[in-house]
Design a protein around this ligand. Sequence first.
Ligand code: FAD
Ligand code: DLZ
Ligand code: SF4
Length: 518
Amino acid sequence: MAVLRLILGDQLNDHITSLQDIDPAQDRVLMCELTEETTYVPHHKKKLVFFLSAMRHFARDLQKRGLNVHYDSLDENLHSFSDAVKKQFTAPDPITGQPVAFEKLVVTHPGEYRVLRQLKALKEELNIPVEIRPDHRFLATKKQFADWAQGRKQLRMELFYRQMRKNLNILMQDGEPVGGQWNYDQENRKALPSDLQPSAPLGFKPDAITRQVIQQVSERFPQHFGDLADFHYGVTRAQALQVLEHFISQRLPRFGDYQDAMKQDQPWLFHSHIGLYLNIGLLTPMEVIRAAEKAWQNQAAPLNAVEGFIRQILGWREYVRGLYWLKMPDYKKLNYLNAKRPLPEFYWSGKTRMNCLSQCVKQTKEHAYAHHIQRLMVLGNFALLTGLSPDEVNDWYLLVYADALEWVELPNVSGMILFADGGYLGSKPYAAGGAYINRMSDYCKHCTYKVKEKTGNHACPFNYLYWDFLDRNKETLKGNPRMGLVYKNLDRMSDAQVKAIRMQADSFLRKLDAGETV
Ligand code: FAD
Ligand code: DLZ
Ligand code: SF4
């Protein structure tokens, strides 16, 4: 009997488990553009173009392979996966005039808890068998992660990463890490020299399919955040592979050195810009890791760069995915620091005198991209220090970045930047004053605030917000062994100093709440 095979928008891979054992003579592949998926958060316009165009290209390629693909475009106005599947079970087949009696629905495990719940509900809703297959694109299964986490008081990415290196024999020799160390991060914190110019990222001219999607997105989602101009992302596997090759040859050698660097008007630096392709299925983590490892074996890139890059994918990416499935659905509700402040307007407009924030928002708006340190130490640090509501911050990160899907966005936001999980993901909050941003960027040179001033009208707000954050959350954070030193420093401050910090932070936060430009 025929099988209906549903491919979700982030499962664009020929080897996806839902396509294994397909019988091209009988089975039907279903792909659908849905109101719910395009609007459950109002995604950045470029993210929408990326997803919808990549989906259309993938469907076209499956059709070229001789598969029977039913593709519902936005014009069908279907709301949810449930509506799209229901239609397949009830609508008459164009040839026989009768609905096809599918034996079952087959789908690969979705990336989001929200969608998993919907797919599970389909069983009862439509009274049909639904087979949810594992997603083999990830390198650790949900169970492997849960087994690793079992009995551990604290989960630490570094330990998980070492285990993954051993399990998969990556950058290993005779059971030991190559070069004798697991981690070369101490070499990976250089500021960018002023005369070093990263090459432009590889871009692609939109083809007819992408141009049509751009038109539709501009008409249907005019109120969504983000610019549509100059869409240059790849939308096929062949293009994603070109981006990977370009990164390995042009940028990987310096990825490590300048991983944490930020520079005025330079959004791309030495990063790979492949997160969106990995997350949608156009690249697989293992092929990316092997390509980087090969570059080191061929002496085309140094170990600090290759190890640092591989750790992001084999370590962080797998770790946050494991954590997401281990802790959902409760993870989404966590708010350890009881943060409640609404998201300031400048996260949309970029209108702030704080140059670092304005740069990061501007780039996010233009490209649906910001690199890790911008997300973490500028946009994230501000959200942490000013106590922004985890729900609002999560929604923002989920909609603004082309690589954002909840399984990876949520642990990074609630865990890594907001410490809303109380320390499952990281052992302490990533809080920092302006000195860190000044060390890693040239933003402060272009800012109206003075990064060296601690208080006063011209002082960099990060400086007093940092101490005010520590002071405000003293009861909750003081017991954290990794915060001992900073609390000792706070305790050494005179009452007058603490009072000045509190007053200045209070005045800043009032302005922020009143919608004034800060
Ligand atoms: P590179 O710097 O070149 O890194 C290579 C790859 O490593 C990335 O493509 C990504 O797949 C992986 N990676 C690196 N860091 C992480 C991490 N912390 N978690 C998971 N994977 C990682 N990444 C997403 O893919 N989607 C998100 O929605 C997302 N939201 C984030 C939100 C916050 C607050 C922070 C701090 C980080 C977030 N990240 C997210 C992680 C990281 O910032 C992006 O993966 C990265 O910036 C993508 O750009 P790139 O491909 O050039 O990455
Ligand atoms: C992100 C996204 C968007 C914007 N649109 C669609 C869509 O129209 N149809 C679809 O199947 N998937 C889309 N996606 C990706 C889904 O949101 C993603 O598959 C789920 O979040 C499950 O991980
Ligand atoms: Fe950002 Fe402060 Fe530097 Fe201005 S001075 S760019 S606000 S860190």
